[in-house]
Write a protein that binds this ligand. Sequence first.
Ligand code: FO1
Length: 324
Amino acid sequence: MTIGVVCGGVGAARFLRALAGVWPAERTVGVVNTGDDTVMHGLAISPDLDTITYTLAEAIDPERGWGLRDESWRAMEALARYAAVRPVGSSAAPTWFNLGDRDLATHFYRTARLAEGATLTAATAEICRAWGLAQRLLPMSDERVSTIVSLADEGIEVSFQEYFVQRRHSVPVDGVRFDGAGSAHLTDASRSALADSEAVVVAPSNPLVSIGPIRALAGVDDVLAARRDTVVAISPIVGGAALKGPADRMLEELGHEASVVGVARLYAPIAATLVIDPVDAHLASQVEAAGMRALVVPSVMNDPAVAHELARRTLAAAGIVVSG
Ligand code: FO1
C-alpha cells in the first residue's frame, strides 16, 4: 500500500518531508516534474528531482531552497575566465545558472549514467540510494519533455530555466507549452504510482509549470479522474500569493484567478478535495462551487508541527487515518 505524490520542486519536497512523519517513507512514491530539466555544460540537470532528494536527505540549502547547504562555488568562479573569451553566439560557459561544487557530482553521475544507456528512472533510483532516501522518486517520463515559456514583452519563447533563473521570473509571460509531451510517455512505474496507490496527493507546487507538465502526458488526467475521490490537492496559493516562485503572477498572466478558487478550477477534474489555508476559509464556498471539497488546514510549512498536521489531515481527506 503506497501513497503517490505528484511533485514539483520546493513545495513538494517540504510536503514529502512532512509526510515521512506520518506515513512510512518506503511506501511513498513521488512522481516528479522533469519539464524544468536542462543541459548545462553538457550536464543533465533535473532541478525538481534534486531539490526533493537533497531536502529529504536534509542536505538542502534552507535559504535558497535548491542546491546543497555549505556549498562552495569554485567551479563557477573558474568559469568566469572562459565566459570572458566566449565568441558571440556561443552559449559555452553560462554563468547565470549556478552549479555548486558538490552539486556538480550529482549532475556528473546522472549524465554519465544516461550516456551509458541508463534510463532517468534508473539513474534517479541510484542517486536516491546514494543519499539514503527511503522514498521512491520517479521522473514523470524517461523521455524529454521541456517546459517552454513565451515572454510577453520580448515576443520570444525561452526554456523554463531561461525564464526562471536567467530572468529571475520577473518578466510577464503569455504562454506555456510542454515540448515533447505529445509523444513522451508516463513511465510504467509512475503510472502505477498514480493508479494503484492507496491515495494520491497533488503537492503544493505550481499548478501550471510544475504539475502542468505531468498532466500534459497522455493518460495522467484520465488515471487521476478515475479515482478522484482519493486524490487530494494542496493549494500552493495562500491568501492570493504563491508560497514560493511566480505561480500567482503566472496564473493571472495566463488567464486564471490567482486564488484557491483559480486552483480549484484547474484541479476539479482530477481531485475531489483541495486543502486551503485558514486565510482563505472565506473562499471555501467558491472552491466548492468550482467542484472541489474545501478542507481548511494551515498549509504554510514553515513550522514542523504545522507541516506534520498538514500531512496527517491531507491523508485523512483521502480516507487514510494515521495516528499521531
Ligand atoms: N535557481 C536559481 O534561482 N538560480 C540558480 O542559479 C539555480 C541553479 C540551480 C542548479 C541546480 C538545481 O538543481 C537547481 C537550481 N536552481 C536555481 C533552482 C531551479 O532552477 C528552480 O527552483 C526550479 O527549476 C523551479 O522548480
